[in-house]
Design a protein around this ligand. Structure first.
Ligand code: ZN
Length: 286
């Protein structure tokens, strides 16, 4: 299987995890005028053409979070209020305009900054926590709890039955838009179990084996989409839990037409891993 480089993956830098606890190295890098920082806004980033805009660390007002080392230079992310220069764009637009590796950096910096924004206080005792390990830990000065940045896993899957694929649509989507079924992984659940449960809950269909295909960081605010193909085992689709307003089988011919922009069925944009999964299945079965 060839690997699939999905949107928001492919950040080209050394994350330099061993440096996060190296206080002397960090102090030097923070003081070094050559060190760079990218700016994360509420819901977006600051771009400069096809790249994230680079600033001096001191130019940005906020706590620098260490992303890693790029071309020998330390690179930080700073959550900012307002635009310090450059062009502020939302993350979806960023994914469209940025080069692949810079899109990966946008997802990385946003997910990390989003986590800090959303978790200012200790979830155990409510005390305001302090940033440690260059942004990869928050510690509680009252109870000593340590809180690590979170990534929330989401399974997204194409259910396959011979030449047919099961897709669904949410009531809020534009008319004719269909996509892969998806849902958050629940506590104590394997990915395969999550695939089977979500498909059953949303469509009433039972699946057999689930095959992992590819993943995609999805920083809205900090998810990881895990893409699967799942074989149909039993049942016909019918909407059950109110999350979808339709779920049905699509023939290969229907999907080929939709992928070419013909007909009334609209597939998700290439930005979405759902579309990558559909394109992958079309290529494998072509
Ligand atoms: Zn605490």
């Amino acid at each position: 299987m060839t690997s699939m480089l999905t949107t928001f993956s492919g950040a080209a830098l050394d994350r330099a995890a061993e440096r996060r606890t190296d206080e002397a190295w960090l102090a030097e890098r923070l003081a070094d005028p050559a060190s760079r920082a990218v700016a994360v806004t509420e819901g977006g980033v600051i771009v400069d053409g096809e790249r994230l805009a680079r600033f001096g660390v001191g130019e940005l007002d906020g706590e620098p979070l260490l992303l890693g080392v790029q071309d020998g230079t330390a690179l930080f992310a700073v959550a900012v209020v307002g635009a310090p220069g450059g062009r502020a764009v939302g993350l979806r637009e960023a994914a469209a305009v940025l080069a692949q590796d810079e899109g990966g950096l946008a997802a990385y910096s946003s997910a990390l900054a989003n986590w800090h924004r959303a978790h200012p206080c200790c979830s155990r005792c409510g005390t305001r926590t302090l940033i440690a390990e260059a942004g990869f830990l928050r510690t509680c000065p009252n109870c000593g709890a340590q809180h690590h940045p979170r990534t929330d896993p989401v399974v997204i899957m194409l259910v396959l039955r011979g030449d047919d694929v099961l897709l669904g649509r949410q009531p809020t989507w534009p008319p004719g838009r269909y996509s892969a079924l998806a849902g958050f992984v629940e506590p104590g659940e394997s990915l395969e179990e999550a695939v089977a449960r979500e498909v059953l809950e949303e469509s009433g269909v039972e699946v057999a084996a689930a095959r992992y295909i590819a993943s995609q960081p999805w920083p809205f605010p900090s998810s990881l989409m895990l893409g699967f193909f799942a074989d149909h085992a039993a049942g016909e689709p019918r909407v059950r839990d109110g999350e979808l307003d339709d779920a049905r089988w699509f023939s290969r011919a229907e999907l080929v037409a939709a992928a070419e922009g013909a007909g009334d069925v609209h597939l998700p944009p290439p930005l979405a891993i759902a579309r990558r999964l559909i394109d992958r299945w079309l290529a494998e079965t072509g």
